[in-house]
Design a binder for this molecule. Structure first.
Ligand code: HEM
Length: 215
């Protein structure tokens, strides 16, 4: 039988390609958009991680989601650092969520509060992605907008507490494989992961509409 980590990866593969090749991501990573688009995207991430991480402390003692809560993953402080660099010291005053971002953060918060197993789907979708493709995004951002390597503006993508991302991801997949729920609940987690990818695509669509090259 396939491991759960393989099932969840396979089940989200198609949507991963969709996210990667979305108009906004392609334009952003293709160097066709200005740093303001990157900053706007980083702002959206702030809302998502605020929802993910404000619920984390409560979940640390949960039997199902608890093993996934690892402080070395937390991104909110790094995002705030990046936003101060991108938007200036008053970054909080100008911060606003797209409707799609509100929907995404609301769903994450709902899972954090009411459904720890569903929270795992959101945790996986974000953090494993940040540890993987995030490194490609960082590299492109550094080159396109001239941020210092692993410095201000891209600290979100730098996991200071994780020396070996490949080993960390292996350990993470072991946690997924050992998740303490029955098969039906695993199916629900997979469906929630697909929902998480769809929520990300929604944010990209919103950003794409705001930073449209053909308009
Ligand atoms: C242009 C944008 C993106 C690029 C270039 C990219 C690239 C990659 C690459 C190369 C991997 C494979 C890493 C490995 O095999 O260990 C990966 C994995 C992953 N990505 Fe992305 N990605 C992007 C966007 C996204 C987005 C938007 C999400 C969801 C929010 C996401 C979620 C994931 C997840 C969850 C994994 C881990 C899959 C697994 O091994 O279980 N990625 N990404």
């Amino acid at each position: 039988m396939e491991s759960f980590s393989t099932v969840i990866r396979t089940a989200s593969h198609e949507q991963h390609v969709e996210a990667e090749t979305s108009t906004f991501m392609s334009d952003l990573l293709g160097g066709r958009l200005g740093v303001d688009a990157y900053a706007r995207y980083t702002e959206q991430l702030w809302f998502v991680y605020e929802a993910l991480e404000s619920g984390a402390e409560q979940l640390a003692s949960d039997a199902v989601a608890g093993p996934f809560i690892k402080p070395e993953l937390f991104r909110l402080a790094a995002l705030e650092h990046d936003l101060a660099h991108l938007r200036g010291p008053d970054w909080r005053a100008g911060l606003s969520a797209l409707p799609a971002t509100v929907a995404y953060a609301d769903r994450v918060r709902e899972c954090a509060e009411q459904w720890p197993a569903g929270y795992i789907a959101h945790h996986y979708t974000r953090y494993l992605g940040d540890l993987s493709g995030g490194q490609i995004i960082r590299d492109k951002a550094e080159r396109t907008w001239g941020f210092a390597k692993k410095g201000d503006g891209v600290r979100f993508y730098v996991f200071e507490g994780i020396d070996n991302p490949a080993a960390f991801k292996r350990g993470y997949r072991e946690l997924l494989d050992a998740v303490r729920v029955d098969d039906l609940e695993k199916q629900r987690i997979v469906a929630e992961c697909q929902g998480a990818f769809a929520l990300n695509s929604g944010v990209f669509r919103g950003l794409g509409a705001e930073f449209s090259l053909s308009a």
